[in-house]
Design a protein around this ligand. Structure first.
Ligand code: N01
Length: 540
């Protein structure tokens, strides 16, 4: 191993793609360490997912206190005005971070990365952007997030609609005026639930096309005064931020320290009641600790949810559609979302729910759509139909490996990564919040920092050792992939067609896309890898 940093023949030491939490953290900390680093983003500003998802009602479902960087110089000077902040406030937060960290000056916006090839002679990447330019870098870090590829299903007649049509993740930055309009929403995932709540207040008519009910959770939103923020900062913030790396999903809380199977029915109901009153993701990832692995415990959780939810739906005919007697899938293995007045929406006269299981969409028309035998007319069509999640944002870039085949081809018969951050055949390429890392099972800023710290240290160690080429081995990646599959097979997750399993995209291979062992176990593995000198990487 050499012990001197090599002269870098590239334009940059590091090129980062994506200006969300993960990319900005890399930019700040690699730049602070003296690297020549730039960040490219297809959007026109920083914010990542919060730049793109500016639909009405978009807000985060982690509490604001832990949905930020943990640097005290930042959080001590920042107040969110709500427990679960809106996209507008999250954008203001990114402005605030920029005022301290001066990130924008090293970002190139409106710059979509389209392709990249590895120069074997010089051990650098040549990265192409849509504007026709090429930039070379030693390290290429993709921080594209889990939702960089919005998907609109291939409905017949999609191009015919003459009104306004948009995907939630591509909402026009100038907004859409829904006041007095006839609005249709296809889908009932997390994005849909948020748009629906806002549209119900403004639209003259709102039609919701549901295929699978969302097993939502009360958000229990709260306004936060200046005094309350000061109190939380004095008493809670540090503890909550410290907890993030110790909990399964990088939150301030963890699973309830008992299993439903070990409780009497009375105890179980009492604990369900307590967690339900707390609401938010405590009901999902802070609940009795066997609900995601034990079918009986899971069913008890579903039954509790169904009975509570039905109390809010006035029309009994809708009970079976929104909160069916038997669960559409085990509870929590498709991602539930947080809601505020979602079920009350269906009690309004201007709202209609269409059950696509009974009346499937036939085609989109010039004026609306046909579902079953009925024709629906509207002015605005919202596709809340989700994303080619986690891997989609990576494989849509034509990143060619050393054998000339791109990532999409490499992963067509199964994703293989080392530590969820590197892939064999792609030296010096790293990805953060990507496949087989905690990503979709982890609070975003937690992963941005914890996984991000590993990556920064990796690049520092490579530089210090004079390594100019670091490539994951095929054997290590095969083992890591097998490990993720083995863990998920011990849970109920494979029983649902979720985006976690790649099952929401026709033709996509069905496999777990995230590391399912929890953040503490993940960090233990990756930190041990570092301590042991990075086994599973060929270093040269
Ligand atoms: O997308 P989704 P999303 N015909 O994939 C339906 C995060 N997020 O954008 O369930 C008819 O969850 C589909 O139906 P079905 C969060 O991690 C976070 O809402 O497949 N319907 C489903 O109802 C979330 O999980 C926040 O039967 C079709 C919907 O479209 C992730 O992003 C806010 C269809 C897609 O739901 C994605 O959420 C928003 C078809 N052909 C998002 N195809 C917060 O932090 C799909 N659907 C609060």
């Amino acid at each position: 191993m050499k012990n001197k940093a090599p002269n870098n023949p590239a334009d940059l030491d590091v090129l980062i793609v994506g200006a969300g939490f993960a990319g900005l953290y890399q930019l700040k900390h690699l730049r602070d360490r003296g690297y020549n680093v730039k960040l490219f983003d297809a959007g026109s500003d920083i914010g990542g997912v919060w730049h793109w998802n500016c639909y009405p009602g978009a807000r985060v479902d982690s509490i604001g206190a832990i949905y930020q960087f943990s640097d005290p110089d930042l959080w001590k000077g920042w107040d969110y005005s709500e427990k679960f902040p809106s996209w507008q406030e999250l954008r203001a937060y990114f402005d605030y971070v920029d005022s301290k960290w001066h990130l924008r000056r090293d970002c190139r916006f409106n710059t979509r990365v389209t392709a990249a090839t590895f120069d074997e002679d010089r051990n650098i990447w040549a990265v192409q952007t849509q504007d026709g330019r090429t930039t070379t870098c030693r390290w290429f870090i993709l921080c594209t997030g889990f939702a960089a590829k919005p998907v609109i299903p291939d409905f017949k007649g999609k191009e015919d609609f003459k009104g306004i049509a948009t995907h939630t993740g591509l909402w026009p930055q100038g907004g859409i005026d829904m006041k007095g309009k006839r609005v249709a929403v296809i889908g009932t995932g997390a994005s849909a639930v948020q748009v629906i709540q806002e549209a119900s207040k403004e639209a003259a008519q709102l039609t919701i096309f549901q295929r699978t009910p969302n097993l939502t959770i009360p958000m229990r939103q709260k306004a936060l005064s200046k005094e309350e923020n000061a109190r939380l900062k004095a008493e809670k913030y540090q503890e909550w931020l410290d907890n993030r790396e110790r909990t399964f999903a990088g939150f301030e809380f963890d699973f309830y320290p008992r299993a439903a199977a070990d409780c009497t029915p009375e105890e179980r109901e009492a604990i369900f009641r307590e967690v339900w009153e707390t609401g938010a993701f405590n009901w999902w990832l802070g609940n009795l600790n066997d609900v995601l692995v034990n079918p009986e415990s899971n069913l008890a959780q579903y039954n509790f949810w169904r009975d509570e939810t039905r109390k809010r739906i006035a029309n009994p005919a809708l009970h079976e559609v929104l909160a069916p007697t038997t669960p559409p899938h085990p509870y929590g293995v498709k991602r539930p979302c947080l809601e505020q007045w979602y079920y009350e929406v269906f009690n309004q006269d201007n709202v209609e729910l269409v059950d696509l299981k009974k009346e499937p969409i036939g085609r989109i028309t010039e004026t609306g759509l046909i579902a079953g035998d009925r024709e629906f007319a509207f002015d605005i069509l919202v596709y809340a139909t989700g994303f080619d999640a986690v891997s989609g944002g990576l494989v849509q870039i034509d990143v060619k490996g050393t054998d000339g085949r791109n990532l999409a081809t490499h992963w067509a018969d199964g994703i293989r990564t080392h530590l969820g951050m590197a892939a064999p055949g792609f030296p010096n390429l790293l990805f953060l919040y990507g496949p087989q890392s905690p990503s979709g099972f982890c609070n975003g800023p937690t992963c941005a920092e914890k996984q991000g710290d590993w990556m920064i240290r990796f690049i520092e160690d490579m530089t210090a050792q004079g390594v100019v080429r670091a490539e994951a081995t095929a054997a290590a990646a095969r083992d890591w992939a097998r490990g993720t599959h083995d863990i998920i097979n011990m849970t109920l997750f494979p029983q649902a067609g979720s985006w976690y399993m790649g099952a929401n995209i026709p033709g996509k291979r069905r496999e777990i896309l995230v590391y399912p062992g929890g953040l503490p176990s993940y960090l233990q593995l990756v930190n041990k890898n570092r301590e042991d000198g990075y086994p599973g990487f060929d270093l040269a």
